[in-house]
Design a protein. Sequence first.
Length: 580
Amino acid sequence: MADADLSFMSSLCMGLIEESILLPYPTLSPERRETLQGVIGSLDQLLSSHAEDFRKWDRAGEMPLEFVEQLKDFGLFGLVIPEEYGGLGFDSASYARTLQEIAKHDASVAVTVGAHSSIGMRGLLLFGTPEQKQRYFPRLATGELLAAFALTEPGAGSDAAAIRTSAVKQGDEWVLNGDKLWITNGGFANFFTVFARTGETEGRPHLTAFIVTRDMPGVSNGPHEDKMGLRASSTTTVLLDNVRVPEANVLGEVNKGFKVAMAILNSGRTGLGGGAIGGMKKLIQLSTKYANERHTFGKPIKDYGLVKMKVAQMVVDCYATEATVEMVASLIDRGFTDYAVEAAISKVYGTEALWHSADEALQIAGGNGYMCEFPFERMLRDARINRIFEGTNEILRLFIALTAMNDVGSQLQELSQSVRGIFDDPIKGFGLMRSYALKHVGLVAGIARPKSRFTGLEPPLSEAAAVFEGATRHLAAAVDRVLRKHGKHIIGKQFASRRLANIMIDLFVLACVISRVDASVKAQGEERARKELEILTILTSQVERRVRHNFSLVDINDDELLKGLADHAFAAEGYSWDNL
Ligand SMILES: Cc1cc2nc3c(=O)[nH]c(=O)nc-3n(C[C@H](O)[C@H](O)[C@H](O)COP(=O)(O)OP(=O)(O)OC[C@H]3O[C@@H](n4cnc5c(N)ncnc54)[C@H](O)[C@@H]3O)c2cc1C
């Protein structure tokens, strides 16, 4: 068992494959499997009976509150609330699997449940005091209280530090004033995790998280937003006008709200990941059925290579997302504390795979795909937001690269600080240099060291493992080069960070798939795991090609030209080469 504070990706950036974090692949216990099968079976029954309604509610732009009552009766708002408070006490794996099932039926329903459990009340789960939990959990579990997460404001989305909502202490109360924007469940939620400014140091704001309830005077919401997708879900502004919040409703520590917000988003990511998997499974089902039935040139379109190619890619993407989300859920459930990078990878990969699948499924359906009578256009519209909310994929790519490289960065810093030490105390200095070199240069030069290889994988996985190990050595070398070149200025080098993030995303996903396929071969033998081994072969070649391309651009690229061209367009506010 690996140390609970290890991060697979931070170690990988130093060239270390901490395989005990990912192997063996997590499995469901028989009891958990049975509970889930029961829940999912009845959930399917409930949601299937509303298939036609979901289409209507999308057109209408709203779901009726009577339907939300049915979700409450089912217990869907108590999924992650501990059993002692009346919830189902699901761990992250079971929660992700349930959201997956909901998303197969309708993304608006999935986001309504997800906004409550993944982010709305998760702060209470992670940071709540026993009194706060006792006070709110029983009513959150039944859905008497529905939760929302209120961070975004008109001037503050990605840049959470720019929020203007203020909280001023008066006696033993805080007085909150401000406007929150695009809050999911805002129209009917009566429990809000609200983030407000409670001070600043040298211009840097301090945020604090508060539990705000609808019955506090001064809480209101604006009208239902008219949106591109997730149209039936409630998205509104939430307005706070001199809302008096008791001190007892501070969530976590005063001035530590940024940490609370990040912990909520990291911990809730498997909900969104589960939703992406559900969407992809539904798209595969719809597009294979369509391709089997649709004939052109006297043949079903399933016989054409260009249609097969799309479906095969959708299957690979779905399998890989599932492996990644299940792995992240298991990191959380096994008590790992440093999983933020891996969770961010699952969000970026899963949401982009879903978007790509929705686009390709619509293409397979041709003109019908574009028609509202068919489900494809709705699924495409619904999928789009996932790349924007809960951290845009751009911000998350920067986060992945910079956070995963942080440990290497600190070592480099330690090394440079020890330059004086090298002269004062050559032996001590050499020790530091040697340990750094062993971790990086030695690895890159191919010196055999522990943790530079997978051990114990089944023989048919050796090729995938070799590609992974080779790319890991290159990653460690590239991280080292980039950090030596840019130092702390790497923060402003977004092209370089994005490239490294893309390599890291590919490698983590490949590692999760290696782990999953290895478990399958171990459990059922090579022959019965044949198709999964083929999925691994396809993914391995794709990852190998993509990372090779990205590595080739680390030192020689067109970054400056691209930046210059973008600056030209910004200055012109348009395109400069119209022929007329
Ligand atoms: C349907 C819907 C539901 C939502 N639900 C909620 C909710 O329940 N609670 C809540 O608090 N919020 C919610 N949001 C808000 C959502 O989280 C934000 O829209 C998101 O964080 C992005 O912020 P923004 O829209 O202000 O974009 P901006 O931050 O303005 O970003 C605009 C673009 O610039 C890029 N960008 C910004 N800064 C950088 C940078 N430093 N480097 C590189 N690129 C950058 C972004 O990636 C993006 O492409 C919801 C939004 C929608 C549309």
